[in-house]
Ligand binder design. Structure first.
Ligand code: ADP
Length: 178
């Protein structure tokens, strides 16, 4: 196993419990809260998070914005907006990659040394799980390989199936082309 793999860890957990520098929220364009992981994060962080989010003016799909984490054990929340799956020919892959890309850029710019991602877009946005996991890993490995992000990355899965997909893909060693 090469060094790049050591930076990546697959965990099966509720992302709101993680004591990392930043957790990523799979938000919607309004940034004003929703269901799934977004709802769980807003509930656990408390109403001050919504107050800060109101000042941000929403977020475009594929972009990311950072807030404080309030009552959560992590230090920051990076809100990103994944694409809604519409069959695959609406730039979904590019937009999903951009979520991981812009979130990692924010983490690096703010000297964060650990970040946890949920499986963005694979809930109510219906992105196919395995395809989404491949894009996540490809984008993450690109950042690690070129030294653009030097911290730890947790792939936080809520469903055992998602953890199995990541473990399998990582075992296949498809992403370390260095
Ligand atoms: P999206 O709208 O981007 O599809 P969802 O919140 O519906 O967002 O789902 C994204 C992923 O987050 C799904 O894989 C879902 O299982 C997962 N998820 C839901 N709640 C949590 C949580 N508390 N911690 C981590 N992951 C979660």
């Amino acid at each position: 196993m090469k060094d790049t793999y050591k930076q990546i860890q697959v965990v099966l957990d509720d992302i709101t419990r993680l004591n990392v520098d930043a957790i990523v929220n799979a938000a919607n364009n309004s940034l004003l809260g929703g269901g799934g992981v977004d709802g769980a994060i807003h509930r656990a962080a408390g109403k001050e998070l919504l107050e800060e989010c109101r000042t941000l003016g929403g977020c475009a799909t594929g972009e990311s914005k950072m807030t404080k984490a309030y009552k959560l054990p992590c230090k920051k929340i990076i809100h990103t907006v994944g694409p809604i799956w519409k069959g695959g020919d609406q730039r979904e892959a590019q937009l999903l990659a951009s979520c991981y890309d812009t979130a990692l850029k924010l983490a690096e710019e703010n000297q964060l040394t650990s970040i946890a991602f949920p499986c963005i877009s694979t809930g109510v946005y219906h992105y196919p799980r395995k395809e989404a996991a491949k894009i996540a890993l490809e984008t993450i490995f690109k950042h690690i390989r070129n030294g653009a992000y030097k911290g730890d990355i947790l792939l936080c899965c809520f469903l055992p199936e998602d953890a199995q997909i990541y473990e399998q893909l990582l075992k296949e060693h498809l992403y370390d082309k260095s």
